[in-house]
Ligand binder design. Structure first.
Ligand SMILES: Nc1ncnc2c1ncn2[C@@H]1O[C@H](COP(=O)(O)OP(=O)(O)OP(=O)(O)O)[C@@H](O)[C@H]1O
Ligand SMILES: [Mg+2]
Length: 443
C-alpha cells in the first residue's frame, strides 16, 4: 500500500513544483523524500519479499509438505494386510499424497490470510482514513460486506471439496487397479476396462460440477460487490476534490489504493476458498490415514526365537469376519524337521492357514505357537523374518534385480546377492539378461 501512497505523493510533488520543470527544482523541493521513497522500493521492499519467500518457498514447500506425506506413509504402511486388501492401492496413495498437499496449502493460506488482513487491509484503511474519514467508512462497509459474503458462501466449499477429493482418489484407485492388472485386461477385456473407468469419471464429474458452480457463484457475488464499491469510492473521491478538500494526487492515490484493495480482497477470497477446500481434502484423507492400526505388536512383544521349528495350530477358527466358513476348529502339529503338505480343493483355506501362521490376520479363536511362542505375542518382524515363503504368485518390484533380491536384507553385499541367486538357480539366467550397459545383469 505504501507504493500507492508514493504514487500519490509523486503526483502531488510534480503538480505543485514551484518554478519551471527541472531536476534541480525537484531536488530542492523534495530531494530527501524522493530518496527515501527510492530506498523503500529498492531495499525494504526487497527484504520483505525475500523474507516471505524464505518462509514459503524455502521452508514450508520442501520441508513441511513432505514431512506430512512421509508421516502419513509411515503410519499407513504399518497397516495390516487386510487394510490393503480391502482398498485400492491407488486410492490410498492418493490420500497419502493429498494429506501433505492439503496440510501444506492450508498452512500457506493461513499465513497468507493473516498477512493480507493485517498488513494490507489495515494499512489501506489507515492511509485512506488519513485523507478523509468518510472514505474510510466506505472501505469498512466494503470489507464488512465481503466478510458477510465469505461467511455465507464459503462453508459449502468445504463439503464440496471433501466429496471431490473422495471421488478423485476413487478414480485414481480405479486407474491404478487397471494398470496393475494390465495383463488380465489385455486377455479378457475388449474395451480395456474403459467403461469402468469412464463411469468413475462420471461419478467424479458429478461431485466436481456443483463445486465449480459454487466457485463461480462466489466469484460473481464478489465481482458485483467490488464493482459497486469501486464506483462509489471513485465518485466520492472526485466529490472531495470538487469540494477542494483533497488534491489530485490524493485522488490518484485513493483510486490506486482502492484497486489494490480490490485485488487483495480477491486474493483473500482465494485464500479463504483454499483454506476451506483444503480442510475438506484433509478431512477426506484423514478419515483413511488416521485409522488406528488394525494389527499391532503386543505391547510386551518379544522377538521370536526358533529352536527346533515346531508349529502347533490349536482349535483355530477364522472366517474372514463373516461368522462362518473357511477354517473351523483346525488342529495341526508340524514337528521339527517334518515336511507337511496341505491338500485340499481350491478355496479350502490352505493359503489362509499359512497367512495365519505368518500373522497376516489375527485369529478369531484358537492359538498358533512356534516352538511354544504364541505368534500373536512375538514381533511381526521377527516372526516373518523367520519364515521363508514362496507364494503362488510371484512379484517383481520395478527396481533392479539386485534391489529385488536385497529386499529383505538391504545391507547385503554384491557377493551375497550373487550367492542367493545361485542358491535359487537364478544366477545363470540373470547373466543371460545382461545387455551391454549392465555391469552384471543384476541392474
Ligand atoms: N480377503 C478375503 N476376504 C474374504 N474371504 C476370503 C479372503 N481371502 C480368501 N477368502 C475365502 O477364504 C476361503 C479360503 O481361501 P484360500 O485362499 O485360503 O484357499 P486355498 O485353499 O488357498 O485355495 P487355492 O487352492 O485356490 O489356493 C475361500 O472361500 C475364499 O473365498
Ligand atoms: Mg491358495
Amino acid at each position: 500500500a505504501g507504493l500507492f501512497y508514493f504514487v500519490g505523493r509523486l503526483v502531488d510533488i510534480l503538480d505543485q513544483l514551484p518554478g519551471e520543470r527541472s531536476w534541480d527544482a525537484l531536488w530542492t523541493a523534495a530531494g530527501p523524500e524522493l530518496v527515501f521513497m527510492a530506498a523503500m522500493v529498492l531495499v525494504v521492499r526487497t527484504i520483505v519479499v525475500g523474507l516471505a519467500a524464505l518462509v514459503d518457498e524455502q521452508t514450508i514447500t520442501p520441508g513441511f509438505y513432505n514431512l506430512v506425506r512421509w508421516q502419513a506413509h509411515r503410519h499407513v504402511s504399518r497397516q495390516s494386510y487386510a487394510f490393503f486388501q480391502n482398498d485400492f492401492a491407488g486410492r490410498i496413495a492418493t490420500k497419502v499424497w493429498q494429506a501433505g498437499q492439503a496440510t501444506g496449502d492450508l498452512m500457506e493460506s493461513f499465513i497468507g490470510v493473516v498477512w493480507f488482513m493485517v498488513v494490507y487491509t489495515v494499512t489501506t484503511l489507515v492511509l485512506v482514513a488519513g485523507l478523509d474519514l468518510r472514505l474510510a467508512v466506505l472501505v469498512v462497509i466494503w470489507i464488512t460486506a465481503f466478510g458477510w459474503l465469505a461467511k455465507r458462501y464459503l462453508p459449502a466449499i468445504r463439503k464440496h471439496a471433501e466429496a471431490t477429493a473422495e471421488a478423485g482418489s476413487m478414480i485414481t484407485g480405479r486407474i491404478v487397479d487397471s494398470y496393475s492388472n494390465v495383463q488380465t485386461l489385455k486377455l479378457f477385456s475388449a474395451d480395456g476396462d474403459d467403461r469402468y473407468i469412464r463411469s468413475g469419471f462420471d461419478i467424479y464429474l458429478d461431485a466436481l460440477r456443483p463445486f465449480t458452480r459454487r466457485l463461480t457463484g462466489v466469484r460473481m457475488a464478489l465481482t458485483t460487490l467490488s464493482g459497486i464499491m469501486i464506483t462509489a469510492i471513485a465518485c466520492f473521491a472526485v466529490y472531495l476534490w470538487v469540494e477542494g478538500s483533497i488534491t489530485v494526487g490524493a485522488v490518484a492515490f485513493t483510486l490506486s489504493l482502492v484497486l489494490r484493495l480490490n485485488m487483495l480482497l480477491g486474493r483473500l477470497m482465494m485464500q479463504l476458498n483454499g483454506i476451506l477446500r483444503n480442510l475438506g481434502v484433509l478431512e477426506n484423507s484423514k478419515a483413511l490415514i488416521s485409522q488406528p492400526l488394525g494389527l499391532t505388536d503386543a505391547p510386551d512383544a518379544r522377538e521370536l526365537v526358533v529352536t527346533g521349528g515346531r508349529i502347533d495350530v490349536k482349535k483355530v477358527e477364522f472366517h474372514y469376519g463373516k461368522g462362518f466358513g473357511v477354517l473351523n476348529g483346525i488342529d495341526l502339529v508340524v514337528r521339527p524337521g517334518e515336511k507337511v503338505g496341505l491338500v485340499g480343493p481350491s478355496g479350502a483355506g490352505k493359503t489362509t492357514l499359512a497367512n495365519l501362521i505368518l500373522r497376516l490376520y489375527d485369529l478369531e479363536a484358537g492359538k498358533i505357537t512356534i516352538d511354544g511362542q504364541d505368534v500373536s505375542e512375538v514381533t511381526q518382524n521377527s516372526l516373518r523374518a523367520n519364515i521363508g515363503v514362496v507364494s503362488q504368485d510371484t512379484a517383481l518390484f520395478h527396481r533392479s534385480l539386485r534391489d529385488n533380491i536385497k529386499l529383505g536384507m538391504p545391507e547385503a553385499t554384491d557377493a551375497e546377492v550373487v550367492a542367493a541367486a545361485k542358491k535359487a538357480e537364478a544366477h545363470d539366467f540373470i547373466l543371460d539378461l545382461r545387455d551391454n550397459r549392465d555391469r552384471q545383469g543384476y541392474e
